[in-house]
Design a binder for this molecule. Structure first.
Ligand code: ZN
Length: 129
């Protein structure tokens, strides 16, 4: 079974929605889940936190052979309390950083709503979980 790595929020309300959104693009795929409050605010985190996240992504790719990197932002995030538009801008920045660091690994970003609606940021794809 293949595998992807996902950087998501710690918020337990969204995990099922995240797995369902990923399964639409990568069916029958395991998910290595890295959690951090407000993960789309990555670049505002302390350097030590950024390093830990990069190390975990590296491990998932190098040791577990993950074939894609997914990043998540969600509605009503207590770890990064900004507008939906700001979350989407932050996801775009996060994606750019991932693509710069891992140019050969496909990357995706999702905006997750409390209803379960998952929208891929950087494309027009909208998925109902
Ligand atoms: Zn959150």
């Amino acid at each position: 079974m293949s595998r992807v790595v996902c950087v998501s929020c710690i918020d337990g309300r969204i995990h099922d929605f995240v797995f369902k959104a990923i399964a639409r693009i990568f069916p029958d795929t395991m998910v290595d889940l890295i959690t951090e409050p407000g993960p789309d605010a990555f670049l505002t985190k302390p350097e030590s936190t950024q390093s830990l996240i990069w190390d975990k992504i590296d491990l998932s790719i190098d040791v577990n052979s993950s074939k894609a990197i997914i990043c998540i932002a969600h509605e009503d995030c207590k770890g990064h309390a900004v507008s939906k538009d700001q979350h989407k801008l932050d996801l775009e920045v996060w994606l750019k950083n991932i693509k710069d660091r891992y140019p050969k690994i496909p990357s995706h970003a999702f905006w997750i709503e409390n209803s379960g609606l998952a929208e891929e940021v950087g494309s027009s794809l909208s998925l109902k979980s």
